[in-house]
Design a protein around this ligand. Structure first.
Ligand code: URA
Length: 232
């Protein structure tokens, strides 16, 4: 696992010219980020605080992921009659949350970028085989022309992530056009994704110690979906 050191400005190292080893983008571990994590990891954090605070972290993750996508030059006229030589995304962007927990990230992405296209993937572990099973997907027909943010706040064993990546690849999305965005990740999950897709980029706000025997992350956050949607 190669983890990119991140810069104080809050933007990961530039990978636009060299994506070979720049695969894990860990948000800068600022005191402020740790304070936000302290709120949501607290077992006594109430629903409202959990939603608003995790949303603040998710926005940082999305901004970092967007910075990894390709850009092209774009000039605009400023109100004082000058040209600002700026940038715009070179490809349309599609967010693909893994239902249900990934919809927490969809919510923030849509708030930041209301016109963004959204696909959906529902994968659940089969009760008998214990393997991840695809139950449903709805993706734009031309998703292969998009940069895709694959959204799932928990990267634990990597089983769901791998199944979701396979769905995107089967729809013609290039591996280079996928950024997996996740709030917490386990080393086991990162390694599982990179064993099959060594160059796939992952943006995360924390890398945990390990998984426990029930595949929960340690020290972790518990069941993210239950805590975010208030179903525990
Ligand atoms: N899913 C969760 O919600 N939490 C974990 O710790 C692992 C998977």
């Amino acid at each position: 696992m190669t983890i990119m050191a991140t810069e104080a400005a809050g933007i990961t190292n530039d990978t636009r010219n060299d994506t070979r080893n720049d695969t894990v983008h860990l948000l800068p571990q600022t005191r402020q980020l740790r304070a936000l994590h302290t709120i949501i990891r607290d077992r006594n954090c109430d629903l409202e605080r959990f939603v608003t605070t995790s949303g603040r972290i998710i926005r940082q993750l999305v901004e970092t992921a967007l910075d990894l996508l390709p850009f092209e030059p774009s000039g605009v006229q400023t109100p004082v009659g000058q040209t600002y030589h700026g940038l715009r995304p070179a490809k349309p962007i599609c967010g693909v949350p893994v239902v249900r927990a990934g919809e927490s990230m969809e919510h923030e992405l849509r708030a930041m970028s209301p016109g963004v296209r959204i696909g959906k993937i529902l994968i659940q572990r089969d009760k008998v085989t214990k393997l991840p099973r695809l139950y449903y997907s709805a993706l734009p027909a031309d998703i292969d022309r998009h940069s895709v943010l694959l959204l799932d706040p928990m990267l634990a064993t990597g089983g769901t992530a791998l199944a979701a990546i396979e769905v995107l690849l089967a729809h013609g999305v290039a591996e280079d056009d996928i950024v997996f965005v996740t709030l917490l990740s386990a080393p086991e999950g990162i390694d599982a994704v990179h064993a099959r897709h060594p160059n796939l980029r992952i943006v995360t706000s924390a890398i945990e110690e390990r998984l426990n025997e029930n595949a929960y992350m340690i020290p972790g956050i518990g069941d993210f979906g239950d805590r975010y949607f208030g179903t525990d």
